[in-house]
Design a protein around this ligand. Structure first.
Ligand SMILES: Cc1cc(C(=O)NCC(F)(F)F)no1
Ligand SMILES: [Ca+2]
Ligand SMILES: [Zn+2]
Length: 302
């Protein structure tokens, strides 16, 4: 990988001073980090909807304008997400072949969401009440890039139980990547006027209207069969597993299950089996194995 020409700095969404790799290109510094895989590239849609939009650039490599904060955070956070997968699992980007990591910020107007569109990550600015720019959250950026990892590995279909597992894997790895053990999703960018809340809680999914047991599975046609609702059930199982076996072992178990045993049409019961198999492979059928079984028993999935 060509080393990036320069080290840029700037102010992120939460007001922090961040440093990151940039590239000097035709007399301007662009948010292109050539040091990680096939590169990390950050664009702006300029509040339109055509993708990827324009590479974010700055004349003096100091990205301190308010309008640059969303891009600064996206660029910095995706560098960290790349490093997480490379350093923990030796995975080189989402395809394990160094695919370029493209993000676009300032998508749409007051857009209260973020997504992976099959080719890149896309981040809204939020409306300033429900969300502030979503790239400001490391667990959200980890969530979105994990959708790409899932697509290139298990390939979990984005509907009903496989879709809820897809969503859960993104929350689980977003949580591992953020590393603050809060088991909350989106807390850093959600409702700036309401401290302490979040989009979702993995430790208590019911706090934000998600089920935490199979007996409360929501059968609906909305949201691809309730993928952002029913993810509460595998999320709770993940929380219980992490608390039982510990952070490090849980990461290895989840990564092995996602990349080796899960498949496009896996149901919750298949996820239980995949995680048990991964645990057995890694640690045998002792305490860790019993902890995984117990976690899924507690959420009503056999
Ligand atoms: C309802 C609903 C929730 C989500 C969601 O999780 N978006 C990803 C995030 F990163 F922005 F949170 N989308 O629709
Ligand atoms: Ca969090
Ligand atoms: Zn998602």
């Amino acid at each position: 990988n060509a080393a990036s020409d320069a080290t840029g700095s700037g102010t992120g969404v939460l007001g922090k001073k961040l440093t990151f790799n940039t590239t000097l290109n035709n007399g301007a510094y662009v948010l292109v980090d050539q040091s990680r895989g096939g590169g990390v590239e950050t664009y702006s849609a300029n509040n339109g909807s055509s993708l990827p939009g324009d590479l974010v650039s700055d004349a003096d490599n100091s990205f301190t304008d308010k309008g640059q904060a969303a891009a600064v955070s996206a660029h910095y956070n995706i560098e960290k997400v790349y490093d997480y997968y490379k350093n923990n699992f030796n995975r080189n980007s989402y395809d394990n072949k160094g695919a370029t990591l493209k993000s676009t910020v300032h998508y749409g107007n007051d857009y209260n969401n973020a997504f992976w569109n099959g080719q890149q990550m896309v981040y809204g600015d939020g409306d300033g009440r429900t969300f502030i720019p979503l790239s400001g959250s490391l667990d959200v950026t980890g969530h979105e890039l994990t959708h790409a990892v899932t697509e290139y590995t298990a390939g979990l279909q984005y509907r009903s139980q496989p879709g809820a597992l897809n969503e859960s894997m993104s929350d689980v790895f977003g949580n591992f990547i953020e590393g603050n053990h809060d088991y909350l999703v989106g807390e850093d960018v959600y409702t700036p006027n309401t401290p302490g809340d979040a989009l979702r809680s993995m430790s208590d999914p019911t706090k934000y209207g998600q089920p935490d047991n199979m007996s409360d599975y929501v059968h609906t046609g909305q949201d691809n069969g309730g993928v952002h609702t029913n993810s509460g059930i595998p999320n709770k199982a993940a929380y219980l597993t992490i608390e039982s076996v510990g952070w490090d072992k849980a990461q290895k178990i989840y990564y092995r299950a996602l990349t080796t045993y899960l498949s496009p049409r896996s149901q919750f019961s298949d996820a239980r089996a995949a995680l048990l198999q991964a645990t057995s492979d890694l640690y045998g059928q002792g305490a860790e194995y019993n902890a995984v079984a117990s976690a899924w028993d507690q959420v009503g999935v056999k």
